[in-house]
Design a protein around this ligand. Structure first.
Ligand code: C2E
Ligand code: SIN
Ligand code: SIN
Ligand code: FE
Ligand code: FE
Length: 328
């Protein structure tokens, strides 16, 4: 729904008196479209794409249940939330309505504050979904942008972000955090956008001066991702800022130590380095998994949290499956 316009509602009821009541309750806050039967409701839903539908159940010809079922089968109308408005108060009817995809029930005779509250509530849920989806898309595009700069294929980001998900689950952080990390980890090197190509693409070893510039990429990344308080973007910012910190406190940019480093940074650091070592870079050849694992073990308690190295060992089967799935 557009920002400057009132949201639009389609109100469906075979009884004109009921439509008038709804009009009185809702006309101040919404643009309203009315339908007196199921066929008209289907036509208007398709044509006007309302933000929400208030649907009577008991109607001649086509019941509200049938209207709902038809709308949910049509890809252009299936996402519109439907609230049933009904005089029926039979439990099984409510169950059927929810099974058909309705988001709510309001009983008749309707209470005006209840109608207003329910409509408002469901519209804001839709808006929150749209925002979440939009943020995820922006995040994914930013991830693509940083890959162009990095001279790495998108596969590095695919692999390392899936590694972070596996490790987050193994660590016991839960499905939802693991999925957020999967979506946030691709941002870890977004700050490389601010590093000159002459440094980024240098075939050989960086000078101290060049490396000092390279080491500003976490801070640049955090600035790019700052200023938004969504959970996902805050996580991405934290990952960008802390993925080069080391468990023993010798990392950058802030020399954080142990659990001062947020868990998302500890996990991303490990996933990033595992993938960097097993991949070819402009400045290095790919290492074997064996050589990489020797290095990782040797860095337990130095560069990496010991518990994470144990979990890497235990999850190595899954990790190698991901590696095989996203080959360069
Ligand atoms: P990157 O290529 O994505 O590497 C990420 C991290 O993987 C590195 O962070 C480092 O911790 C680890 N890593 C990568 N290759 C090696 C390696 O050959 N040996 C060891 N022990 N670790 C390795 P680091 O060192 O902070 O580097 C950050 C970024 O700086 C790298 O990201 C890369 O873009 C750049 N970079 C680092 N060293 C060089 C270099 O010698 N030449 C060039 N051209 N770029 C470099
Ligand atoms: C219903 O009885 O149909 C729903 C109950 C309610 O609107 O609170
Ligand atoms: C109510 O139904 O009692 C208030 C409105 C709502 O629950 O959303
Ligand atoms: Fe980095
Ligand atoms: Fe990386």
């Amino acid at each position: 729904m557009s920002k400057n316009e009132q949201p639009s509602l389609l109100v469906v009821d075979d009884e004109p008196a009921n439509l008038r009541v709804m009009k009185q309750i809702l006309q101040e806050d919404y643009r309203l479209v009315f339908a007196k039967n199921g066929a008209e409701a289907l036509r208007l839903a398709e044509q006007k794409k309302p933000d929400l539908i208030l649907l009577d159940i008991m109607m001649p010809d086509m019941t509200g249940f049938e209207v709902c079922e038809t709308l949910k089968k049509n890809s252009s109308t299936k996402q519109i939330p439907i609230i049933f408005v009904t005089a029926l108060d039979d439990e099984t009817d409510e169950t059927l309505g929810f099974e058909l995809g309705a988001v709510d029930y309001i009983s008749k005779p309707v209470s005006p504050p209840r109608v207003k509250a329910r409509v408002k509530n469901h519209l804001s849920l839709v808006q929150a979904d749209v925002l979440r989806e939009t943020r995820l898309q922006v995040i994914q595009r930013l991830g693509r942008a940083s890959e162009y700069k990095d001279n790495e294929t998108g596969m590095h980001v695919m692999r390392m972000s899936h590694y972070t998900q596996v490790l987050a689950l193994a660590y016991g952080l839960g499905e939802s955090m693991a999925e957020n990390l999967l979506n946030a980890a691709p941002m870890h090197d977004i700050g490389k956008i601010g590093i000159p190509d002459s440094i980024m693409l240098k075939p050989g070893k960086l000078t101290d001066e060049e490396f000092a510039i390279m080491k500003t990429h976490p801070q640049i990344g955090a600035e790019i991702l700052g200023g938004d308080d969504s959970e996902l973007i805050m996580l991405a910012k934290s990952v960008a800022l802390t993925h080069h910190e080391k468990w023993d406190g010798t990392g950058y940019p802030n020399g954080l130590k142990g659990e001062e480093i947020p868990i998302e940074g500890r996990i991303t650091a490990l996933a990033d380095v595992f993938d960097a070592l097993t991949s070819k870079r402009p400045y290095k050849d790919a290492w074997s998994v064996e050589k990489t694992m020797d290095y990782m073990r040797e860095q337990s308690g130095r560069q990496f949290e010991p518990k994470l190295i144990e979990l890497l060992e235990q999850s190595l089967g899954d990790i190698l499956e991901i590696k095989a799935q996203f080959l360069d």
